[in-house]
Ligand binder design. Structure first.
Ligand SMILES: [Zn+2]
Length: 261
């Protein structure tokens, strides 16, 4: 029962994620103003806004003009639902089970990363308000983990150093490539991840995101031979996926990796 509630809450947050991806920087309000069909402009009724269910019931088409509704809507909603459920049921490297404040902060952090990833795929940019909010959430998380500030000063400094280390690395990539390999937004996102994960999980996240990016980049290149190197691949989805994997299973992954050496 609890799991179903968490999943449904995730679906609803997924709906909100779609709103942010489509409306941020358009000047439209994120909270006020109903949703409309992109093509005929008709306002959608409440029963057309139920996550996933409405999309299936309408068979992915607008009720009045018959235009196709982007599959991004149900995909993001499902991803968000799955993310909530995963973070709720897996204790993760920090053993969150004990503290609701930690769990909520972690869920918020990775939900923001999901929004950033979808935004990056769609618009090829990471919006500042979202990534600053993610950095703030990571700092808050770090504060919750190390409630006795003085006892845990070393850990806090380590996490901040991991964040700035990753930030510097991505910042240098951004600078020397003139923004072609990496955007400056990726550097800010790396800062958030470093603060959240600390050492050595940051390093695990970093390597996983590069391996994943290289693998999918190659697949993409082989499937679109004409695209060549010109097509810019958004990197936020890889950073986010690597970060989530490191957060949930980082210690196991590091042990497994070390056992191969
Ligand atoms: Zn329509």
């Amino acid at each position: 029962m609890e799991q179903i509630a968490v999943f449904v809450l995730g679906l609803i947050f997924g709906s909100f994620a779609n709103v942010i991806v489509f409306r941020l920087n358009t000047g439209e309000s994120l909270i006020f103003g109903g949703s409309r069909c992109f093509y005929c402009g008709r306002n959608l009724r409440w029963f057309e806004l139920i996550p996933v269910v409405s999309f299936l019931a309408l068979r992915g088409k607008c009720r009045s003009c018959g235009s196709k509704i982007s599959w991004q809507y149900p995909a993001v909603e499902l991803a968000s639902g799955a993310l909530f459920l995963l973070l709720w049921s897996e204790p993760g490297s920090y053993q969150l089970g004990k503290s609701p404040a930690l769990t909520i902060t972690a869920v918020l952090f990775f939900w923001l990363l999901l929004v950033i990833s979808v935004y990056d795929i769609r618009h090829k940019i990471i919006p500042n308000p979202l990534v600053y909010f993610a950095i703030l959430t990571a700092v808050l998380f770090l504060g919750f983990v190390n409630w006795n500030l003085m006892d845990n000063l070393k850990l806090i400094i380590e996490n901040l150093a991991a964040g700035f280390g990753l930030f510097l690395f991505f910042g240098v990539l951004w600078f020397v490539s003139g923004g072609r390999w990496m955007g400056f937004g990726d550097a800010k996102l790396a800062l958030a991840l470093g603060i959240m994960l600390g050492w050595p999980l940051s390093l695990a996240a970093f390597f996983m995101s590069f391996w994943l990016g290289a693998l999918l980049g190659l697949l993409y290149k082989f499937s679109n031979r004409s695209a060549g190197f010109k097509t810019q691949m958004p990197f936020a989805p890889f950073l986010s996926a690597g970060g989530l994997a490191a957060y949930l299973w980082g210690e196991k992954i590091i042990f497994w990796y070390l056992s191969l050496l």
